[in-house]
Design a binder for this molecule. Structure first.
Ligand code: ATP
Length: 623
């Protein structure tokens, strides 16, 4: 008993905590679909009042029929029966019309709300730092926020509608019952208390269970993704992973399914017990009313009204509780959504951001940088120092995991270092607005996105706000060395790329890389950063591309990250990175002369070329 009371107290306490979310969700619905919401409310009130009108008319009809049967079928009496039958029919037709109208309005309203909420989530995902994407908890939150935004908000809307409608009907039924005995409405309400307890307890359990299993749900979705998507299709086949992945998926789903069914079972049993107590109350009330009819205290019409009102009152109360439970549970999930929407980025703009120079005149410097990824124990960059002079092409080379790509993330302010500063022409990056900064940089990422769009759009996405002309798109493609593969496509720049949608053409990895380079080159940015621009290029294309790139980068500052020494050799300055530090710096000739790590790796790579076939274009093997 004490345990039960505690559960109830806990549930009611939670309800108090969640209540503000309900108001906020209603505010969002109002913002998303104002006019539809007003019409929806008006319909609900009407729909709520109709059942009691039916009950009331039933009583009049039964009494009129009793009159006709007892006193004779005179025209006047028959007329009143016919009027009542007509009214009843009219109300029943109106009920149907309103039901269809309500379904239409609900769909229109729901579609608007869904899109509005999705937009809120999209804005938030763009606003948060890249570091959020490193945390599994972020994905859990996002997962719950997404479901909160779509079907939870709509579920809330639906439940609120039914709650309101049922509430109006219920109150009117209680009013109708009142003249037969003040204890009847009280008994009706009291008979549903066990059900209230069951509903609250179940919803609370369900919410805890959902929180606990979010990661497992996402993991099951991940296996499902591996089994069904193109990205993994080839590997899954060649390594014959399908049975293994199906097994993982099914084991996980089986556990989740069993737990969910177990919850439903215990809820079902509790509901049966709660329903039994409600039935007992109905039996007592009906017995009492029949006794009164037999005593001649009330009419048969009264008995018909009473039966309908009490019976409907009880099912309404059950539906009311069910909807109340739905709302209660939906507000939990909406709580998750609001928590997600309240996430705040850590990389923020200064109160008065400085304007960015349109051209870099001195250079970019990283001074005493110390950086550790969130949730990581090992620093990626320690006391890192590097200055790239304005107008130079700097190459950064180094082993896997040396921290090269991390530099790009810091330069774009996806993360801020824990110590040290990064400057452009002596001004700390943190003094610019992040948007302005990112607009002045163009980046080819190591794994560029393959947009399912036409070739032209794929390139235009690099500078979507600038309304670039076709000539500029073509120039960017040429600079990237993408013009040749594009010319071989059936519809040239209008060819749709990607296999996700009907009729899309696919490209090789190297061709995709050139399209992505074209995208990076479209933006006339002061700083060009390219992470492994030549990794998927053949050696013939590489030397041609390097020549084009020098022309394009003229007067701008460029940072190339590369594992290819033939690409690095062409830069004005080469920085060799190891374990988060610059260990060698100089131009190609200087580094070869110094005879350090770069020189050794260069000779090794050249020797491999010699052994394999012929040296790459432009490589000086004698050096
Ligand atoms: P590669 O040549 O293989 O591309 P890289 O020099 O570009 O390597 P980075 O990607 O900068 O290396 O990674 C440097 C180190 O930082 C690695 O040890 C990696 O494990 C770690 N690291 C990278 N990204 C993250 C992250 N999001 N969270 C935690 N650690 C990370």
């Amino acid at each position: 008993m004490t345990d039960n009371l505690n559960v109830l107290r806990n549930a009611l306490h939670k309800m108090g905590v969640q209540l503000p979310y309900l108001w906020r969700a209603l505010g969002l619905i109002w913002d998303a679909a104002r006019r539809w919401t007003v019409v929806w409310l008006a319909l609900l009130v009407l729909q709520g009042l109709l059942p009691v009108a039916v009950v009331y008319l039933t009583r009049l009809l039964v009494d009129s029929l009793v009159d006709v049967m007892g006193l004779g079928a005179e025209w006047e009496r028959l007329q009143s029966v016919l009027v009542l039958v007509g009214l009843m029919a009219g109300i029943l037709i109106l009920k149907e019309v309103l039901r269809s109208a309500a379904a239409y309005i609900r769909t229109a309203q729901a579609e608007r709300v869904r899109d509005y909420m999705s937009d809120l989530i999209h804005r938030k995902t763009m606003e948060v730092d890249l570091s959020f994407y490193d945390s599994a908890e972020y994905y859990n939150q996002l997962h719950r926020a997404r479901s909160g935004a779509s079907y939870r908000t709509l579920g809330l809307l639906e439940s609120l509608g039914v709650l309101l409608q049922n509430g109006i009907t219920l109150v009117s039924m209680l009013v109708v019952l009142l003249p037969y005995g003040a204890w009847l409405p009280v008994a009706l309400l009291a008979s549903t208390l066990p059900a209230l307890y069951v509903v609250l307890q179940h919803r609370l359990q369900l919410h805890h269970w959902t929180i606990r299993t979010t990661e497992d749900e996402r993991r099951a979705m991940y296996y499902d993704w591996l089994l069904t998507m193109r990205e993994s299709a080839a590997e899954v086949r060649i390594f014959q992973l399908s049975n293994y992945l199906r097994q993982l998926y099914q084991t996980l789903r089986k556990r989740l399914r069993q737990e969910r069914i177990q919850l439903a079972k215990s809820q079902g049993l509790a509901e049966v017990a709660a329903g039994g107590s409600a039935l007992l109350v109905t039996g007592v009330a009906m017995g009492w009313m029949v006794w009164r009819v037999l005593e001649g205290q009330v009419s048969l019409g009264d008995l018909a009204l009473f039966y309908q009102a009490f019976n409907q009152g009880q099912s309404l109360m059950r539906a009311f509780l069910e909807n109340f439970g739905e709302i209660y549970s939906n507000t939990f999930f909406l709580g998750d959504m609001f928590d997600f929407l309240a996430l705040k980025p850590r990389v923020v703009d200064p109160p008065d951001p400085l304007p960015l120079p349109s051209r870099i005149s001195q250079g970019i410097c990283l001074e005493g940088i110390h950086f550790t990824y969130p949730d990581s124990h090992r620093p990626t960059l320690q006391d890192f120092n590097l200055c790239v002079e304005a107008g130079q092409i700097a190459a950064i080379v180094g082993v896997n995991g040396a921290g090269k790509s991390t530099l790009i993330k810091l330069l774009c302010r996806f993360y801020d270092p824990q110590a040290g500063r990064i400057t452009i022409d002596g001004i700390d990056l943190r003094q610019f607005s992040a948007d302005d900064l990112r607009h002045s940089i163009t980046v080819l990422f190591q794994e560029p996105v393959h947009y399912s769009a036409t070739v032209r759009q794929n390139i235009l996405l690099g500078d979507i706000h600038a309304n670039r002309s076709d000539a500029e798109v073509i120039a960017a493609a040429e600079a990237a060395g993408a013009d040749d593969p594009i010319s071989r496509l059936a519809q040239g720049y209008d060819t749709f790329l990607g296999k996700n949608f009907k009729g899309g053409a696919d490209l090789s990895v190297g061709e995709w890389q050139r399209i992505a380079l074209g995208r990076a080159f479209l933006r006339q940015a002061a700083l060009i950063i390219l992470d492994e621009p030549t990794s998927a290029m053949d050696p013939w294309a590489e030397s041609d591309w390097l020549a084009r790139f020098r022309k394009l980068a003229m007067g701008r500052t460029a940072i190339l990250i590369t594992h290819r020494f033939t690409t690095a050799a062409f830069a004005d300055m080469i920085y060799v990175m190891d374990q988060g530090k610059i260990v060698e710096a100089g131009n190609h000739q200087q580094l070869l002369k110094a005879g350090g790590r770069y020189a050794a790796s260069w000779r090794e790579q050249m020797q491999r070329w010699m052994d394999a076939s012929s040296p790459p274009f432009g490589a000086d093997l004698s050096a």
